[in-house]
Design a protein around this ligand. Sequence first.
Ligand code: MF3
Ligand code: CO
Length: 318
Amino acid sequence: MFCVCAPLAQNHKNIKFLYKSSAEMGINMKKLRREEPCWCNSGKTYGTCHMEFDKKLEMYKKKFHKVPPRNIIKNEKQLQGMRDSAKINIAVLDYVAEHIHEGMTTEEIDQMVYEKTTAMGGIPAPLNYEGFPKSVCTSINEQVCHGIPSSNIQLIDGDIVNVDCSTILNGYFSDSSRMFLIGNVSEEKRRLVRVAKECVKLGLEKVKPWGHLGDVAQAISDHAKLNGYSVVKQVGGHGIGLEFHETPFVSYVIKRGTGMVMAPGMVFTIEPMINMGTSDIYIDETNGWTIYTDDEKPSAQWELMVLVTDTGYEVISY
Ligand code: MF3
Ligand code: CO
């Protein structure tokens, strides 16, 4: 009942000081009692919502694992908002899949994405994001990502192109991308596109609560390497939901058992960039966005958005 800090309890100022210093140390603000409302704003009591979750995270933290901060753990209302946003994102990519063709310019893809997204009540997330000038990223062949649509760029026979769509609906973000084959694509490029898709599937299968992001990463990089390909290191996936890019940065080159612990309610993207040749990349200095492979060999990327559930995962956007 008496401890050395008991006298401080009489001094409100000192108690505040204690809370402040623990928050600064990265320890959660205030211990909730089980009957209090949960920190996730679910409306449920802490005891019936995230109390066990917090105990589990605390255990991982003590063993020096990286754990997700509370502000990236989504509640059911937020998840529904993200699913609704993703419904548009998926429909837009389906629409692109139906209409993309040889001879079309990437500007026309941009127009399709803008029209379809806004017609469904959404906002294309890339538009004006950090100064990005278009509604979608279109990355062809040796372009790794963040290709900018242009009326000067026409899709030609043999191209492989990534179309990366992101949508905002009622403040909730969704993000996914697919590869498209234009005309007669060489077998070696087809294989790259196929293996890149397999990488995402193998990574996805590693998503489960209390695993590590490194489990996803290693499944991806092992499969890429086994097929003679490399994985881009400097660009990766990200948390998403209330913002376009949330913590964590999702690397696909870290080892299994490392990286952030995956906890239920976390949503992030799986979007490895798989290169046929070197993993080295460079950025186009003239636009400040587009990333290319250093050796000009092709790169392929598929992206989906996944939620960690209590038992495994749910794909939110693809
Ligand atoms: N899905 C891509 C990403 O998360 C899209 C970026 S849009 C851009 O990196 F505006 F940043 F290019
Ligand atoms: Co993304």
